[in-house]
Design a protein around this ligand. Structure first.
Ligand SMILES: C[S@@+](CC[C@H](N)C(=O)[O-])C[C@H]1O[C@@H](n2cnc3c(N)ncnc32)[C@H](O)[C@@H]1O
Length: 266
């Protein structure tokens, strides 16, 4: 067995060939439509998207289909390679969201599907939100989701399997079910990949996430010159609940805008 990854880049380089199979039931088309509609209610007008931590492209492909100009980046070269193969029209590159320079002025900046939870070190969330704010148009909106305590106490505390046509995936939750705010959570995903008749390669990826309590997120947003225009609970059908509850929802979704001079969001 290969040594277990210690960074998000190593984790996702290992998982990349199996990521689309792992997420095959996820309705990105429907989910991103709800996100887009809400971002428009908060003032987004143009169609220039930056998708940070874009993975294999699942979070930006629906926007490409809706006429957006897409720029994307991810820390994992293998994830970016798969995204590039799917979307030659998108401008994609390898980058750490904590250290993104100014690439442009984007109407919509996204960082989706618990990518923010891979920011586990002290100051990582502050650095990432500052990077994303740097690339936001004056009336642009930043959208990101974070896993709730409920997710760490349930989905990260159980074992599951997914029997795909070419790969058998095993999800081993490393949590105990009694996680507290700001906990560090571990998950191991093992892929048994058929490489020949009856011959399977075993690929293991270790995922380390951090729970980001709402006060910490709001403080990091303020440090980046942003504030939350809306915080919603993610519902299973992809729609958003006005109530944002750590115990009822599996994710909270943040919509953030620049703080105008004088203190309020524009
Ligand atoms: C669960 S995947 C989500 C990918 C994609 N947004 C989606 O919705 O399918 C999390 C992604 O975050 C990326 N990631 C983790 N830490 C990162 C960092 N510091 N900078 C950029 N990308 C990062 C991983 O490489 C991975 O592709």
């Amino acid at each position: 067995m290969q040594p277990l990854a210690t960074s998000a880049a190593e984790t996702y380089d290992a998982l990349a060939p199996f990521y689309d199979e792992l997420t095959r039931e996820h309705d990105y088309e429907g989910w991103t439509r709800h996100l887009e509609e809400t971002a428009r209610q908060f003032g987004v007008r143009g169609r220039k998207l930056l998708d940070a931590a874009c993975g294999t492209g699942k979070s930006f492909l629906p926007f490409l289909g809706r006429g957006y100009t897409v720029t994307g980046c991810d820390i994992s070269p293998e994830m970016v390679a798969l995204a590039s193969a799917k979307a030659p029209a998108a401008d994609l590159f390898v980058a750490d969201v904590r250290a993104l320079g100014r690439i442009g002025s984007f109407d919509l900046v996204t960082c989706l599907d618990d990518s923010v939870n891979y920011l586990t070190g002290d100051g990582d969330l502050d650095a990432a939100l500052a990077s994303l704010a740097r690339n936001l148009a004056p009336d642009g909106v930043l959208v990101f989701d974070v896993n709730t305590l409920s997710t760490y106490r349930t989905t990260f505390a159980r074992d599951m399997t997914l029997d795909g046509p070419e790969v058998f995936l095993v999800w081993r939750g490393g949590c105990g079910g009694d996680e507290e705010p700001a906990c560090i959570a571990e998950l191991v995903i093992e892929a048994f990949n058929e490489t020949g008749y009856g011959v399977y390669e075993r690929v293991t990826s270790r995922h380390i996430q951090r729970h980001h309590p709402r006060p910490e997120v709001e403080s990091a947003l303020a440090g980046a010159g942003l504030s939350a225009a809306g915080v919603f609970g993610q519902l299973p059908d992809g729609s958003l609940d006005d109530l944002a509850d750590e115990h009822l929802h599996h994710k909270l979704v943040y919509f953030a805008r620049r703080v105008a001079k004088g203190g309020d969001t524009p």
